[in-house]
Design a protein around this ligand. Structure first.
Ligand code: NAP
Length: 461
């Protein structure tokens, strides 16, 4: 009888206000928050607890019974208890036979136990149907109603019907269930809330390391060198001048690093003559964090734009401008407009503006809400073709700006090259190799390899 009603619910979850009773084991933070939300959504809730005394923290309208009594009242039992206490469930095996047990538990560390908590629960109670769900939703989010960030609820389990029943409850609570398959996926689901920006670690550490290196490099050449040899105290360069040198350099290098792994992958595939061999681990990991590298590069480019826009407000800049005007007045001579310089300055600004525009476009298309709305070809066009165009424009922007210094001996303070020269090494290398790769004699075999052709097929008939 109970089974039938749950099936009807599965077909029409929102058509009736009469819902099946749900039992929650544990009157802790999560049990109470979930119970409250369920009562709001029209589910009668009964708690199974070690103490049947009703405290004022328990949601009004909920019953509190012993575990065995509460379990008898519902087909679904949510176990809102830490894994280390699961042993107390073993004596209840008979009462729990055939029931759907929802494991919502999390651990304190990644892969803390050899098996997931849900699999452990299933081993303790083989007669019950265990479903993993709700562990990525916090008690705070349930209570405060700010569920937007955690609207997705990952669900997995071996019993399809049990999983459906849990997914219907998830929907009724206003959340979105995401079926992750069998209970084997539980370990992965339990690890989600414990991960700390997994794809961001390498890009962030790399950016911090490179930023620190370039900052110190500029400090040595622009502040310390000038102080020692020219007796000028330019320590205030630390606030805007140096950051405005480091930011564009970082943006350019990181953008090039987005495309460099693709170049390595192409060279490896050409060398091996097949795409059916795994790339080295470091390359796989690098490929997976290209989006993050690109977004950090965009952040640096945006900072460069802001720093550049405030340049006219700087005291040092107004002093330098007025010094030039006064010296012209004292000499009673107006310097003629240098057409070459005007061209250089306008060209590098135009290249920078166009490069930044494409950079922003790349950033926008990498947002899931946008990338989900374009097809694979459109996504590749923006990320690959327009991405390379952004890299070409940004490299040209730097070349036009810094090019005049590259050949001047005064640019080599302490025999060290200017920071802009350093910033061009990786982007130029990427662009040159990419240029070689698009030659038909290289591009043709590469395309064939990517379509499955092998130079030395192992399984030839
Ligand atoms: P909690 O506030 O410590 O509550 C746990 C409850 O377990 C207690 O209130 C108690 O309920 C019961 N319990 C404690 N010791 C027990 C024992 N020896 N035998 C039987 N029952 C015992 O913890 P919580 O924050 O609600 O978390 C409960 C579970 O939800 C955990 O597995 C946690 O990982 C998971 N979770 C929590 C959150 C969250 O935001 N808090 C989010 C996702 C998942 P009674 O006194 O009623 O027996």
């Amino acid at each position: 009888m109970k089974k039938n009603s749950s099936n009807i619910m599965a077909l029409a979850p929102n058509t009736s206000n009469r819902r099946e009773t749900v039992c929650i084991f544990g009157t802790g933070d999560f049990g109470r928050a979930l119970g409250h939300k369920m009562i709001q959504s029209g589910y009668p809730v009964v708690y199974g607890s070690r103490s049947t005394q009703i405290s004022n923290l328990i949601p009004k309208d909920a019953e509190v019974l012993s575990h065995a009594e509460a379990a008898q009242k519902a087909a679904i039992i949510i176990i809102a208890i830490q894994r280390q206490h699961y042993n107390f469930l073993t004596p209840l095996a008979e009462v729990l036979r055939g029931k759907v047990l929802v494991d919502i538990s999390n651990n304190l560390k990644l892969n803390q136990y050899p098996e997931s908590n849900a699999e452990y629960l299933a081993q303790l109670l083989p007669g019950s149907k265990v479903v993993k769900a709700f562990n990525t939703v916090s008690a705070w989010a349930l209570q405060s109603g700010t569920l937007d960030a955690s609207r997705q609820v990952f669900v997995c389990g071996d019993d399809v019907e049990a999983k459906q029943m849990v997914m219907n409850i998830v929907r009724a609570l206003g959340l979105t269930p995401l079926d992750k398959g069998s209970l084997l996926a539980a370990q992965e689901i339990e690890n989600y809330p414990l991960q700390l920006f997994p794809m961001w670690k390498f890009p962030i550490f790399l950016s911090l390391g490179l930023t620190a290196f370039f900052f110190i490099y500029c400090l040595v050449l622009d502040v310390i060198y000038t102080y020692i040899y020219e007796k000028n105290n330019f320590s205030f360069f630390i606030a805007i001048t140096i950051p405005n040198r480091v930011c564009p350099v970082m943006a350019l290098i990181l953008l090039a690093l987005v495309y460099l792994p693709g170049i390595f992958a192409a060279i490896i595939q050409l060398y091996r003559g097949t795409k059916y061999r795994r790339f080295p681990d470091w390359l796989d990991k690098w490929m997976l964090c290209r989006k993050q590298l690109g977004l950090i590069a965009l952040a640096f480019a945006s900072l460069h734009v802001v720093f550049t826009l405030v340049t006219p407000m700087r005291a040092f800049v107004s002093w330098r401008t007025s010094k030039g005007i006064i010296s012209q007045a004292l000499n009673n001579k107006t310097e003629p407009l240098n057409n070459t310089n005007a061209w250089i300055s306008d060209s590098y600004l135009a290249l920078g503006i166009l490069g930044f525009f494409l950079f922003v476009l790349l950033g926008i298309t990498s947002l899931p809400s946008v990338s989900n709305n374009v097809n694979w070809r459109e996504f590749r066009f923006v990320q690959s073709k327009l991405g390379y165009l952004a890299l070409i424009l940004s490299t040209a922007h730097t070349l036009v700006y810094g090019g005049k210094w590259f050949l001047s001996p005064s640019a080599y303070k302490w025999y060290l090259p200017n920071i802009y020269m350093l910033s061009l090494v990786v982007p130029c290398a990427v662009l040159v190799v990419k240029f070689v790769l698009i030659f038909p004699c290289v591009d043709k075999p590469l395309t064939q390899i990517r379509q499955g052709w092998e130079r030395n097929p192992k399984h030839s008939e």
